[in-house]
Write a protein that binds this ligand. Structure first.
Ligand SMILES: Cc1cc2nc3c(=O)[nH]c(=O)nc-3n(C[C@H](O)[C@H](O)[C@H](O)COP(=O)(O)O)c2cc1C
Length: 313
């Protein structure tokens, strides 16, 4: 695999980024990915400021390779957390779920590289205007929060490539070397992977969550909660209640109440696989084993090389 603008931007061996994930990507997962040659991201979205500081310190002890932080911009204590990130000397931040304009200048002034996650060409252009260093374009196959418009990775990547010139990372439905090659053919220079790493040994998701996710089949997840913040969820008991409420036209407030507090913590971290929110991507249906991160990355690279050789025959 050759070096490109993404490997050069972050100083990494492979253009493979582990997406920041609430309740999943603490220092164990993120440092394993960075140590294996990718870019690990701490998922700040589910961490109190004190917890984030702890993870930053543990991350520094666990790897001397490049790593970063994913910061969803709807984070309640956003200003406190941006200050912590700057004070702690973090070098790379991936922002999501908000305007790329708001924090890019502040991070750049502190010498931090900024990448923003989007799900449409329109927002990709806003990222370029805001001066971010790279974009993650995420199709609606992806796990976690997602674009309402339901644009797939295959549709999104070539259009974002055409609309912008800055380095482009593809996300959504990528869990093999062949898929990495496919998005490269569409114009991406790197991949951001969530689901596959969420189901690794080093992920801090509960074992019950991981086991449930590796038994999913095609069609077992659905994009839902479009009235609040669209998220792809496993069809469990909680999902069925949400779907029924949505079908009878429930308001955003009613849906919030139904979801209750800390639904994703309950589902992902505590392992309540029926009454918790189980966020995972469509591609989970192709994953059947919980493997260590180093093996996952080796297999991605091998798979990429095999797929490349095959299509050049
Ligand atoms: C359980 C889970 C939690 C996630 N949490 C976040 C998050 O906090 N912030 C964010 O920007 N993206 C989040 N994502 C999205 C991932 O970072 C990544 O972009 C996405 O999973 C890529 O698609 P894939 O799941 O098909 O690999 C989450 C994804 C999952 C599966």
């Amino acid at each position: 695999m050759k070096t490109n603008r993404i490997t050069e931007l972050f100083g990494i061996e492979y253009p493979i980024i582990q997406g920041g994930m609430v309740w999943i990507s603490g220092w164990r997962l993120a440092s394993a990915v960075s140590n294996a040659g990718g870019l690990g991201l701490l998922g700040a979205g589910s961490m109190h400021p004190e917890t984030l500081m702890e993870h930053i310190d543990k991350m520094k002890a666990a790897t001397d390779k490049p790593w970063g932080i994913n910061l969803p911009l709807m984070y309640p204590e956003i200003d406190k957390v941006t200050d912590i990130i700057i004070q702690k000397g973090v070098k790379i931040v991936f922002t999501s779920a908000g305007s790329p304009k708001k924090y890019t200048a502040k991070f750049h002034e502190a010498g931090i590289k900024v990448v923003h996650v989007i799900s449409s060409s329109k927002f990709a252009c806003k990222c370029e205007e805001a001066g971010v260093d790279a974009i993650v374009a995420e199709g609606f196959e992806a796990g976690g929060h997602n674009g309402k418009e339901e644009t797939t990775t295959l549709t999104l990547i070539p259009q974002v490539r055409q609309a912008t010139t800055i380095p482009l990372i593809a996300a959504g439905g990528i869990a093999s070397g062949a898929a990495m090659l496919a998005v490269q053919a569409l114009g991406a220079e790197g991949v951001q992977i969530g689901t596959l790493f969420a189901l690794s040994q080093e992920s801090s998701a509960s074992d019950a969550f991981k086991q449930r996710c590796i038994s999913l089949n095609e069609g077992d997840t659905m994009l839902t909660l479009k009235k609040i913040a669209p998220a792809r969820l496993v069809k469990n008991a909680l999902y069925e209640q949400i779907a029924a409420a949505e079908n009878r036209g429930a308001s955003a407030d009613e849906l919030r109440e139904l979801l209750g507090k800390a639904a994703s913590k309950r589902g992902i971290f505590e392992g309540d696989t029926e009454n918790g929110e189980l966020e995972i991507g469509q591609i989970a249906s192709s994953i059947r084993e919980i493997k260590p991160v180093a093996q996952i990355i080796n297999e991605l690279i091998e798979g990429y090389n095999v797929a490349k050789a095959k299509i050049s025959e």
